[in-house]
Design a binder for this molecule. Structure first.
Ligand SMILES: *Cc1c(COP(=O)(O)O)cnc(C)c1O
Length: 392
């Protein structure tokens, strides 16, 4: 008999009833050190007092009003994002997938309004992940995600990650945009080198093609900049955000320049919940924390500390781990052993990590993780690796 919850997830047999900072707690009091943070969602950890206050205060006053009316919390969050990023304008969604939908629509509408309606193709890269909607799976093109779900949304051109010559050759008068994650998440924490992001920006400047960055996983302070593209010194035309910007409350956004957004006039897009007062009150509290230079400096300091310790871990367990990669606190441990064996051995020592493609385990801790918790995390990874080693 089919379970009452549609069985689309392979779940670990763990059930948490409470969260505190970097810790998740089961009903019997067993405490897990959480290096997954809801897959880069709980950017400020669990039950951060400022977020608890923001959601509680807003809940006591007004949960939801329609986008038929002004929503001051939405206005405040949009103003903050515009002030702190490249963007001139923001649309709020409930998820990263919905942000992908709008990014695709926006790019196509842009060219439609420029009397070039044939420019509808979007260049994407292997290993990418843009969500599970028809547009998201067509954009990524991974067989595992698309098989059985045809016909797929047309208009995506798939290239090898980092193949800049391929990009140049693929651009023609049907190309609307290039869509890329500055650091691939699901694909195995694969950062696009700054020089390649710069080159993509240059190609877009030369051809007028729009650059869409998917910062759903790598944004929101995760890499030690407010958004990852800042490391490369470039700006996109359109950017998708979600996960960390809501700190655990469902919130996504599309940020855009005035030019890129110019086709999106009244009536062209909408969302019932998108940008509702509860989500935006929390989102504003998250932004007020993570956009602070001192907060981002701490992320960078802790990322160096973590990486240094992980290099030591790899040296101790060369049979289990191969290398560490990533950006800031978006860390990938490329495994020699099977990554899922390491994740499972982690559960046995009360440590939560997240598998990714390319035999990688992801470490995406709360950005508020402490130095002591980093040491504890590496100690537990060491214990897990010892077990995996012995089993080999
Ligand atoms: C998680 C993710 C998405 C999809 O976001 P949802 O909120 O799950 O819809 C899109 N792009 C990237 C890079 C992601 O990591």
């Amino acid at each position: 008999m089919i379970p009452s919850v549609l069985p689309t997830y392979a779940r670990a047999p763990l059930t948490f009833v409470k969260g505190e900072g970097s810790w998740l707690i089961e009903a019997d009091g067993r405490r897990f050190l959480d290096l997954g943070a809801g897959i880069a969602v709980n950017a400020l950890g669990h039950a951060h007092p400022k977020l608890v206050a923001a959601v509680t205060n807003q809940a006591a006053n007004l949960w939801h009003v329609s986008n038929l009316y002004n929503i001051p919390q939405q206005q405040a969050l949009a103003d903050k994002l515009v002030a702190d990023t490249f963007a001139d304008t923001v649309f709020f969604t409930n998820s990263g997938t919905e942000a992908c939908e709008l990014a695709v629509k926006m790019a196509r509408k842009y060219w439609y309004e420029k009397d070039q309606p044939d420019r509808m193709n979007i260049i994407t890269f292997d290993g990418s992940f843009h969500g599970r909607s028809s547009a998201g799976i067509a954009a990524a093109g991974t067989e595992k995600m698309v098989k059985g779900f045809g016909p797929l949304l047309p208009g995506f051109v798939h290239l090898t990650f980092g193949d800049l010559d391929g990009v140049t050759n693929a651009i023609d008068d049907t190309t609307a945009a290039i869509l890329v994650e500055p650091v691939q998440g699901e694909g195995g924490i694969r950062p696009m080198p700054d020089a390649e992001l710069k080159a993509l920006r240059q190609i877009c400047d030369d051809t007028g093609v729009l650059l869409i960055l998917d910062e759903v996983q790598c944004g929101a302070g995760r890499t030690g900049k407010l958004f990852a593209h800042e490391w490369a010194g470039i700006t996109p035309d359109i950017m998708m955000a979600a996960k960390g910007i809501g700190g655990g409350f469902p919130l996504g956004a599309v940020l855009a320049t005035e030019n890129a957004a110019s086709g999106m006039v009244a009536g062209t897009h909408g969302s019932t919940y998108g940008g509702n007062p509860l989500a935006c009150a929390v989102g504003l509290a998250v932004m007020e924390e993570i956009a602070e230079p001192a907060f981002l400096a701490e992320v960078n300091r802790k990322a160096s500390l973590f990486n240094q310790k992980l290099e030591g871990l790899i040296a101790t367990h060369p049979d289990v781990f191969e290398s560490v990669r990533g950006s800031g606190l978006m860390i990938g441990l490329k495994c020699k052993a099977t990554n899922m064996d390491v994740v499972n051995a982690g559960y046995d020592v009360d440590l939560l990590t997240v598998p990714a493609a390319d035999n990688v385990i992801r470490l995406l801790p709360a950005l508020t993780i402490t130095d002591e918790e980093i040491s504890e995390a590496v100690a537990r990874l060491d214990q897990a690796a010892t077990v995996v080693s012995k089993g080999q």
